[in-house]
Ligand binder design. Structure first.
Ligand code: AP5
Ligand code: MG
Length: 191
């Protein structure tokens, strides 16, 4: 199973892909989490990525693709992958397509989580009081929204035209959103 989660910052991509990963027994791959790990480890990739992440900008496609193709080579991804926050540009989407084509395993679904901006801001500012994420400041959150609408929303048309896009209302409790995701993928809850 290969699923792409698309949604603005704070939409619940991490929360819901984690749940779906547990449900399906397929690992999730969050490029944001991978970059934060690189930053924590003080690697060259981490240092480079931090310059973009801390300003709410996207990390350049070449760096993202190198990191993703390296991660996907790991055996744990043989049964599939739930992509959280990747791809985020048309260049990344096309690269992913050609990678998957090479393996003969096309994407199953692109899942959009739709949430309004006021709720997204509330969620991220609430998170900022609990954990420290360098990009959860009011100014950087605004920039992340702008970047999402400018650079990532074109992916919705890209996947719609391939007949792969499903949109799910991301408002409500995490349980409610998860039930909608399962329903739209015609899956039964294991709970
Ligand atoms: P990334 O880590 O992907 O961050 P993001 O897209 O900005 O999204 P978030 O992780 O903030 O939100 P989410 O949708 O995962 O929601 P979550 O479940 O956490 O990327 C960070 C940066 O890395 C980017 O800005 C970019 O610089 C770089 N980057 C990453 N990938 C890249 C790529 N492919 N290309 C280039 N650059 C890349 O939920 C948010 C909060 O709300 C949490 O506190 C959660 O507990 C809460 N919550 C979740 N669901 C609900 C609900 N239903 N109701 C109430 N609260 C909820
Ligand atoms: Mg996330």
């Amino acid at each position: 199973m290969l699923v792409v989660f698309i949604g603005p910052p704070g939409a619940g991509k991490g929360t819901q892909s984690f749940r779906l990963a547990r449900q399906l027994g397929v690992p999730q791959l969050s490029t944001g989490d991978l970059f934060r790990r690189e930053i924590q480890q003080g690697s060259d990739t981490g240092r480079l990525a931090a310059e973009f992440i801390d300003r709410g900008k996207l990390v350049p496609d070449s760096i993202v693709m190198e990191m993703v193709s390296h991660a996907l080579a790991s055996p744990e991804f043989r049964q599939g992958c739930l992509f959280d926050g990747f791809p985020r540009t048309l260049v990344q989407a096309a690269s992913l397509d050609s990678m998957l084509q090479g393996q003969g395993t096309p994407l199953d679904v692109a899942l959009e989580l739709a949430v309004d901006r006021d709720e997204l801001t509330r969620r991220m500012l609430a998170r900022a009081t609990r954990e420290h994420r360098s990009d959860d400041t009011p100014e950087t959150i605004r920039e992340r929204f702008d970047v999402y609408y400018r650079q990532t929303t074109p992916l919705l048309k890209y996947y719609r035209e391939q007949g792969l896009l499903s949109s799910v209302d991301g408002l409500g409790t995490p349980d409610e959103v998860f039930e909608r995701i399962l329903a739209c993928m015609s899956l039964q809850s294991k709970r």
